[in-house]
Design a protein around this ligand. Structure first.
Ligand SMILES: Nc1ncnc2c1ncn2[C@@H]1O[C@H](COP(=O)(O)OP(=O)(O)OP(=O)(O)O)[C@@H](O)[C@H]1O
Ligand SMILES: [Mg+2]
Length: 265
């Protein structure tokens, strides 16, 4: 068994060597602990993954890898997001898990919380996808590992909206606003970290990074919604798009007047 894990490690290593930035090397090493390697091995064994190719992004709390899977002779590109159990800010993420009816039984040790966090992203992606919001298609979740559709090509991920140099931002604003409405109305979900950093642009805007997304029943859902809208309005207005006021936008989404409960957000 250990030999097989070694093999996955080597595959991951190979991808890693391609990267030049040394900070990536360090974070990659930190994220693939033995338990994570076992999960990857299991996913490979079950045919969800074929080969881990390399890191596409490494953040504070997760790394995203490019991976491939073979399906009837066709190679499919995948993104594998691996949450790091060692650096997760427990207090920060607990706010978004607490009170979520889907996660009432989560134990309060770090690993359980991180697993719940990955599960939450998986479930939120599925809800968003079903509501007609363009997100990476979720494929499988196991432990701290989430496998989803790769947005981009040949292992190069699509640019974030912030870097995408969209020629005509107005229709993009309309689409993103429509996504917020669909999330609210159909998925009963608020993204809660929506900004030009968590939207990729690949012919169309694609919403990513939904782990902190909360159901409307969360006690701060409407504050998070207002914050998301504020970010989006600010960004598109900086591109010269004529955007509604925050109050108008909030009313369009919810049908209610905006009342901040926690304006410090
Ligand atoms: N499905 C995907 N396809 C292609 N690239 C992706 C995908 N998901 C994430 N990425 C890449 O990984 C980066 C980080 O992903 P994400 O925002 O989900 O993670 P994060 O933990 O919030 O990281 P950060 O703290 O940097 O925001 C994205 O900006 C994007 O470049
Ligand atoms: Mg992000």
């Amino acid at each position: 068994m250990d030999k097989r894990i070694d093999r996955i490690d080597r595959k991951i290593d190979k991808g890693r060597i391609k990267r030049k930035r040394s900070e990536d090397l360090e974070t990659t090493q930190a994220v693939i602990d033995k338990r994570t390697a076992m999960i990857l091995y299991d996913l490979i064994n079950r045919g969800y993954l074929d080969s881990m190719k390399g890191v596409v992004a490494s953040g504070k709390e997760s790394n995203v890898y490019w991976a491939t899977a073979e399906e009837n002779g066709v190679t499919r590109n995948l993104a594998v997001k691996i949450y790091r159990t060692s650096t997760m800010d427990f207090k920060r993420i607990w706010v978004y898990i607490q009170g979520d009816p889907r996660f009432t039984k989560v134990k309060r040790d770090t690993r359980s919380i991180v697993y719940a966090w990955a599960e939450k992203e998986f479930k939120n992606l599925r809800l968003a996808d079903e509501a007609g919001v363009r997100v990476p298609k979720p494929i499988v979740w196991r432990g701290n590992v989430l496998v989803m559709e790769f947005i981009g090509e040949n292992g190069v991920s699509a640019p974030r909206l912030r870097e995408a140099m969209v020629e005509d931002p107005e229709p993009v604003f309309k689409i993103v606003f429509d996504y917020v409405v669909k999330l609210y109305e159909k998925a009963e979900l608020v993204h809660a970290d929506l900004s030009e950093y968590n939207i990729l642009y690949w012919d169309e805007p694609v919403i990513i990074d939904v782990s902190q997304g909360v159901l409307l029943s969360h006690h701060l859902a409407l504050d998070f919604l207002a914050r998301d809208l504020r970010n989006i309005l600010r960004y598109f207005s900086s591109l010269g798009v004529e955007v509604p006021s925050l109050e108008e936008a909030y009313k369009k989404v919810t049908g209610e007047e905006l009342v901040w409960r926690q304006e410090s957000l």
